[in-house]
Design a protein around this ligand. Structure first.
Ligand SMILES: Nc1ncnc2c1ncn2[C@@H]1O[C@H](COP(=O)(O)OP(=O)(O)OP(=O)(O)O)[C@@H](O)[C@H]1O
Length: 281
């Protein structure tokens, strides 16, 4: 879409008549997602349909607007494009890049865990995308496998910016999903970009072992494990000392001592294992 008409498209007024609707891709809390084809250009997109009634019921008007504004402004190979949106009386339609490969979560549930090469490639892609976001003062705050999609080449795309925020100052609202939250967030302390670096440590662990490191029977126990940084590595599957080193350097309680995104990209485990093209099949 963008490639054919460039800037012009973003200013254009869309309507449902511009699209041929195809198969459903899935259902979320607030609506459904379909494959769709723009009738004129034949360009394939994902059309997310959100019911205004649901938005009002859950009082997420502000959050949705913020998500739409942030995601529209981001252009990175590892961030799902939001090309534009339109609405009718009952629904809001988001025109999204189509990720043919579905959710990374699905792949992880199927294989239980990823190889070091796959895990490192995804962590590098995520780190590069987050470095781009942080440069634009965007903190994602809710990176987890359910929010990561894959394109037709297996390239990772960050898809959901529902909890992201664009701010230079520290934030205090607790948000996101407990297993992936940094100690400063679960303790309701001011937080900044470093919460995303923590989450990279959580994801790296989950990619390699199949479960997030602080998962517990109850939310209370998960909370306790996070604030203690109660980290241990299972004996199976066996992983390299370098992978464990990276995780240990990210899951650090003091946010100022966590490895920076630049240092993650230069870490020996990443350099040795990650495919810089981001393509992972
Ligand atoms: N751009 C896309 N390309 C391909 N599949 C997609 C795309 N966006 C969403 N999907 C699929 O549609 C499903 C529903 O997506 P949706 O964003 O509505 O909900 P969700 O992220 O699962 O949950 P939530 O409502 O909590 O955000 C996803 O699980 C995913 O499999």
């Amino acid at each position: 879409m963008e490639t054919q008409k460039g800037q012009e498209n973003r200013k254009r007024e869309w309507s449902l008549r511009d699209f041929e609707i195809g198969k459903p891709l899935g259902k979320g809390k607030f609506g459904r997602v379909y494959v769709a084809r723009e009738a004129k250009s034949k360009y394939i997109v994902a059309l997310k349909v959100i019911f205004k009634e649901q938005i009002e019921k859950y009082k997420i008007q502000h959050q949705l607007r913020r998500e739409m504004e942030i995601q529209t402004g981001l252009r990175h190979p590892n961030i799902l494009r939001l090309y534009g949106w339109f609405h009718d009386d009952e629904r809001i339609f988001l025109i999204l890049e189509y990720a043919h490969g579905g959710e990374l979560y699905g792949l992880l549930r199927k294989t239980n865990y990823l190889s070091e090469k796959q895990a490192a490639t995804y962590i590098l892609s995520l780190t590069q995308a987050l470095a781009y976001c942080h440069e634009k003062n965007v903190i994602h705050r809710d990176i987890k496998p359910e929010n990561l999609l894959l394109d037709h080449e297996g390239r990772l795309k960050i898809a959901d910016f529902g909890w992201s925020v664009q701010s230079r100052s520290k934030r205090q609202t607790m948000c996101g999903t407990l297993d992936y939250l940094a100690p400063e967030m679960v303790e309701n302390r001011p937080h900044d970009y470093a919460v995303d670096n923590w989450t990279l440590g959580i994801l790296c662990y989950e990619f390699l072992y199949g479960i997030p490191p602080f998962e517990a029977e109850s939310q209370t126990d998960t909370f306790k494990r996070i604030i203690k940084v109660d980290l241990s590595f299972p004996s199976e599957p066996q992983t390299s000392a370098e992978a464990k080193h990276l995780i240990t350097r990210l899951l650090v309680k003091d946010s100022s001592k966590r490895l920076s995104l630049q240092r993650i990209m230069e870490h020996p485990w990443i350099v040795k294992n990650a495919d810089p093209s981001g393509i992972c099949k």
